[in-house]
Unconditional design. Sequence first.
Lengths: 330, 330
Amino acid sequence: MNKRIVLASYPEGWVSEANFRAETAPMPKPAAGEVLVKNHWLSLDPYMRGRISQQKSYVKGVEIGEVMSGETAGEVVESKDPKFKPGDKVTAPSGWQLYWSGKGDLLTKVDASKVPLSYFLGCLGMPGRTAYFGMKEICAPKPGETVVVSAASGAVGSVVGQLAKAWGCRAVGIAGGKAKCDYVVKDLGFDACIDYKAGNLLDNIKAACPKGVDACFENVGGEILDTVLRLMNLRGRITVCGLISDYNAKEPYGVKMFRSILVNRLKVQGMIVFDWVQRYPEANQALLDLVVSGKLKTRESVVEGLENAPKGLIGLLKGENFGKQLVKLA
Amino acid sequence: MNKRIVLASYPEGWVSEANFRAETAPMPKPAAGEVLVKNHWLSLDPYMRGRISQQKSYVKGVEIGEVMSGETAGEVVESKDPKFKPGDKVTAPSGWQLYWSGKGDLLTKVDASKVPLSYFLGCLGMPGRTAYFGMKEICAPKPGETVVVSAASGAVGSVVGQLAKAWGCRAVGIAGGKAKCDYVVKDLGFDACIDYKAGNLLDNIKAACPKGVDACFENVGGEILDTVLRLMNLRGRITVCGLISDYNAKEPYGVKMFRSILVNRLKVQGMIVFDWVQRYPEANQALLDLVVSGKLKTRESVVEGLENAPKGLIGLLKGENFGKQLVKLA
């Protein structure tokens, strides 16, 4: 039998475990051209909040009773697509379930011989590519510039700051709590990291960015964004990748420093990584090279067992995770 | 004697006449390389509010006791620069005064044989070029797209919408009051104009933009911006040219729909026309061609006499002007 988690109800405000329901279902059988995948890892990502919101978002949301959407990394167990054979490691759009069967075209084969399979859901997967294109195409920092990134210890933020360092910039993170900030500076090599829970956000960011902020990679929004806006330099760039502080709020935060966009002639741009799908190989290679050479480090936060995926997502949305949030399925 | 208006005090909130003081001064005498200009027209523009604010803005502000800054159109009366001769029509960075003397390099000679001299402060001057580059380089609308512009009957907005029409777009204005809206549609040829004072802003813009909004040229900010953000299409562009609704507010408006930037992958960019100074001739020619061919119409709101310039600026900031606001000096 297969196990899966479906959406039981739409959350209002904070997500709760009651919004989900575990189910068993018959083991899927691959038809011609299809592949059966046994999932080892499920990725939990902030975008999932948007999928279970009734507000308009990037893509169609999950309906009540449908399997929660999400990406997995796993192993082919049966293949009716000649491009795949049992034992192949793949990432798949499985959703929250132990097994998935579908068209081979939807799978990505990955080489997990040099790096752990789970990395293809994190620094070598969607979050890594999001950091790469958001930095390269929107933040576009020049060597010597200062890049600020919020949720700096997270799956995307940690890559953003390490790319900034690899590209010759000053990297300043913002994260919640001393442990995360210490990790960001000592393990990931950022120049500084501000604990937003410690108060004095404006003064602390200002002190860490003596030449102001040239580029901001925004994952959080709200007061953090409003504060960084005060410190932006002329012709600064802001990649709007996420606004996690708003996702669970019933009323969105009102951004007071919009004026900075005018006065400093900022470019502020929203992004979704799918816009660069043709260029994924470029990002994959660049990120793999950095991982292999030790310039791109990662940390994982693991929840054990599919049944704990809702708990894992709730923790992620509250910032309780520390590094890339995964669910270990096998 | 020369007459001029200086800044007496910085306004807090709304500007008042008491923030200015009229002075007389000796007639300036041009030194070698300098030109004496008699001003016929003084331009009043929303950016002036920023010049007399103590907040950080584009450029250095006006100090207490200094002549208020502003551009004029006038006539050379004496020249010690071989490039100019008496009778030449010019625009000059005179500030609020009847006569100005300074380096010829700071003057722009204009050909007022086909169009009124005052046009070089409006649709053929800084406001026209602002509309041109903000539209061409940031809004970048394709034929068939919908362009929304706030302050649609103003010096910049009126050009924005007429450019949108000239470039094959649907042009929808937002203005205050029925008279302005009627003018924008009937005289300027916009497809629709919404009276923001009439209430139901969201429904009214929605009805005027059945295919959503692809590009927004923002002059006002505040609730108008927040409302348009709700209607932006995927990959829409917003030129942030002005936020006049904030200029006199003691507390800035909090923009609630920032999320639209993320969800719709918008590009939002602040601008100042000086960034394209090398390309002014391109804009000047394009705008002149449109005026001469009757495709770019303009309307002027004239205050008589330098002493009434403060009153004119206050009216402009309150939206009481109707078209390009000028002060007639001679």
